[in-house]
Design a protein around this ligand. Structure first.
Ligand code: FAD
Length: 462
């Protein structure tokens, strides 16, 4: 990289999908851009490095998807997962501009996969990219460098000087020391605060000590906190988080996609007392997997166990860790530290309530429990074929919803009214404008891409 300037047209904080889209767009607009990324060249790219697919509106099958996904259908899906709690204007804007996503990705070197017919439930609505998130990041970083973006690795935006409604300077810690760099515009794209256990404790108490962070340890919300302290307006539920069930043996941070446990619909889930606490077969797994993190977070010790037998092995994607195996339910209870008698009782009650007319793992079938509380509404098979298995589960947080409010130009709103003249936000740090709860697979990258471009365009107008 050329020697660092004292002043740039735009400083972008965060080198994940949103920051890169913002940096690339700004550079295409002819701006001198500094991208500040907390990770190094190997672990750069925050949560983006764990992604695989992106959602966008398209009027016909385009080679990357198997059929049309209209703006109307996209909006309906969004309204259904958020229960209508979204900034409708911003949601429409994201959906409208999402048409341009494949074109932008391909132009900047991302290799989109040809659609898989029938293999994935997202194949009509989402495009998958080769090499996953790391492939996407490698392509975007290369493109940004070719466009002349200066990239500062292992560096973190530590503070901002804002006067009234105008950003002036960023304080950046770099491997060579702390530097202060002026900018005509500033784009915050530093993700959520999911890796900040102390912050999570404010809403979850000590339970947060038992949470596992699926993504980057760098997303600690430092910049989000600075913006809020400087007077930016918050949006999104502070307690809101997207959390799935992950294997309790996963690393505290950066386990990525392979730690998720998908066996839940095919057995039962018990807490540390050997008791069931929710309907494991409520709906199709893609619609329900994201409720389990929160359910487990509300259990004693924030731990639970997915229990199943040999009949269902092979029906779900196995996570990175092997299940705990035993020849009897009692032995399984002893191995996982759950009272064997309590576990035997729960399974015997469950088994005797199962009525199975037609088992089909691919759809809402006719296998359920009768008279059991809580019920299991589908895929209820008796757990009676040894060996028996268990996965220990913990809440695995994907991202938090709290962010800063923005307008159609990506400008950050001020608590006292109005918008900062030259402070923009893109990606997870503003996702709460559109997603206050619920989630649609592949939408994280959609919002980051569109607001990345919008922020870059906005920076050019400052
Ligand atoms: C396991 C997993 C799988 C996922 N799969 C998908 C998927 O397939 N499709 C999808 O759309 N979404 C997916 N998501 C969600 C998706 O990762 C996010 O929505 C998306 O990455 C957000 O992009 P972003 O640029 O806002 O944040 P990030 O990609 O997290 O980037 C934020 C960047 O900011 C940097 N940073 C943090 N603080 C500072 C600071 N103070 N100064 C400078 N830099 C800083 C970080 O190092 C990081 O590089 C997944 C998430 C996880 C955890």
């Amino acid at each position: 990289m050329a020697p660092l300037r004292r002043e740039y047209d735009v400083i972008v904080a965060g080198g994940g999908n949103a920051g890169l889209c913002a940096a690339i767009k700004s550079a295409e607009e002819g701006l001198r851009v500094l991208l500040v990324e907390r990770g190094g060249p190997v672990d750069r790219g925050g949560n983006t490095k764990y992604t695989r697919d992106i959602r966008y509106a398209h009027d016909r099958a385009d080679g990357y998807t198997t059929g049309p996904y209209t703006e109307e259908e996209f909006l309906r899906d969004l309204l259904s997962v958020t229960g209508g709690e979204t900034d409708l204007d911003l949601a429409r804007l994201v959906i409208e501009r999402s048409h341009d996503i494949p074109g932008f990705m391909v132009k900047h070197g991302v290799r989109l996969q040809r659609a898989y017919r029938g293999a994935l439930h997202l194949s009509r609505t989402n495009a998958f990219f080769l090499g996953g998130g790391r492939g996407l990041l490698n392509a975007y970083y290369r493109s940004a460098e070719e466009l002349g973006v200066d990239i500062l690795y292992n560096s973190s935006v530590e503070d901002l000087r804002i006067s009234g409604d105008t950003f002036e300077e960023a304080l950046i810690s770099t491997p060579g020391g702390v530097v202060s760099i002026r900018g005509r515009a500033f784009i915050a794209a530093s993700g959520g605060f999911e890796a900040n256990i102390e912050w999570l404790k404010r809403y979850w108490g000590d339970a947060a000590e038992n949470f596992i962070i699926r993504g980057s340890r760098y997303n600690d919300g430092k910049l989000l906190r600075i913006l809020i302290e400087r007077g930016a307006q918050e949006t999104g539920d502070p307690r809101g988080m997207h959390a799935v069930a992950v294997d309790a043996r996963s690393p505290r941070y950066d386990g990525g996609i392979v730690t998720r446990v998908d066996s839940i619909p095919f057995g039962i889930v018990v807490n540390i007392y050997g008791k069931r606490f929710y309907d494991e077969g409520e709906d199709l797994w893609p619609k329900r997997y994201a409720i389990w993190g929160r359910l487990i977070a509300e259990q004693p010790g924030q731990i639970a166990y997915s229990i199943f037998d040999s009949k269902v092995l092979g029906l779900f994607i196995p996570p990175a860790y092997p299940p705990i195996e035993a020849g009897s339910i009692g032995e399984l209870g002893r191995k996982i530290g759950v009272d064997p008698l309590a576990l035997e009782r729960t399974i015997s009650e469950y088994n005797s309530s199962v009525v199975c007319k037609r088992f089909d793992p691919g759809e809402l079938d006719e296998c359920s429990t009768r008279g059991l509380i809580p019920p299991k509404s589908h895929w209820a098979l008796k757990i009676d074929s040894p060996p028996f298995y268990a996965y220990p589960l913990r809440p695995g947080i994907t991202f938090t919803y709290l962010g800063v409010r923005v307008d159609r130009r990506g400008r950050v709103a001020m608590r006292g009214g109005g918008f900062y003249r030259n402070v923009f936000a893109a990606g997870e740090i503003m996702m709460g404008n559109i997603l206050s709860r619920g989630y649609l697979g592949g939408l994280g990258l959609t919002i980051g891409s569109v607001f990345g471009w919008i922020s870059g365009e906005g920076a050019a107008e400052v």
